[in-house]
Design a protein around this ligand. Structure first.
Ligand SMILES: CC(C)(COP(=O)(O)OP(=O)(O)OC[C@H]1O[C@@H](n2cnc3c(N)ncnc32)[C@H](O)[C@@H]1OP(=O)(O)O)[C@@H](O)C(=O)NCCC(=O)NCCS
Length: 159
């Protein structure tokens, strides 16, 4: 399995995974916009078949995981963890010091994954998500990625 950059050609397959995974899926145009504005859009590709994807934005030292999804048929086989490992590595390479995300309190699979990688709950956004009965809060999670890569410069430099 490789994690590679998402392209326009992947959009139909990505959207099929999205619709199968979420009760309130993103539209295909949201994915197209994410590609257009240069977000880090990645897919988990095994022999040409897509099993999942991730979308992250990075700005002024902060990374935000906007979507992480594994197809229903491909769950519990390590794809989600591999994608998230890659997201974290890329965020650090892009000099982000923290990676943020929102998750539904009821999303036990995702919370298990985030917990296992050291994410901490730092807040709650009231009525953030659509839900069958109105709205559901989001938990805001963060992972510290350490200092930006500048830390590799000479520690004795008085700057
Ligand atoms: C969350 C999601 C990405 C996990 O992907 P996955 O490929 O099934 O996960 P993995 O096989 O890599 O498992 C990684 C870890 O996630 C956790 N996990 C996965 N499924 C779980 C479940 N059903 N219950 C509890 N924890 C679970 C475990 O900690 C697991 O580690 P382990 O295998 O060492 O126990 C996947 O369930 C998904 O796409 N869900 C729908 C979309 C979604 O909710 N995305 C997150 C939005 S915030």
């Amino acid at each position: 399995m490789i994690v590679r950059a998402m392209s326009e050609d992947d959009l139909a397959e990505v959207w099929a995974l999205e619709k199968g995974a979420y009760q309130y899926p993103w539209s295909q145009s949201i994915f197209r916009d994410c590609l257009r504005v240069g977000y880090c859009c990645r897919v988990a590709d095994q022999g040409g078949a897509l099993h999942g994807y991730s979308i992250m934005s990075v700005a002024v030292g902060e990374a935000h995981l906007l979507n992480l999804c594994v197809g229903v048929q491909s769950r519990a086989r390590g794809y989600g963890r591999k994608l998230l490992d890659k997201v974290i590595a890329e965020a650090a390479l892009l000099n982000a010091t923290r990676l943020f995300l929102e998750v539904r309190p009821t999303n036990h699979a995702a919370r298990g994954l985030y917990d296992s990688l050291g994410f901490r709950t730092i807040g709650r956004r009231k009525a953030y998500y659509k839900a069958p009965q109105g709205r559901e809060d989001a938990l805001v999670l963060a992972l510290d990625l350490g200092l930006p890569l500048e830390r590799d410069t000479d520690p004795h430099d008085p700057r």
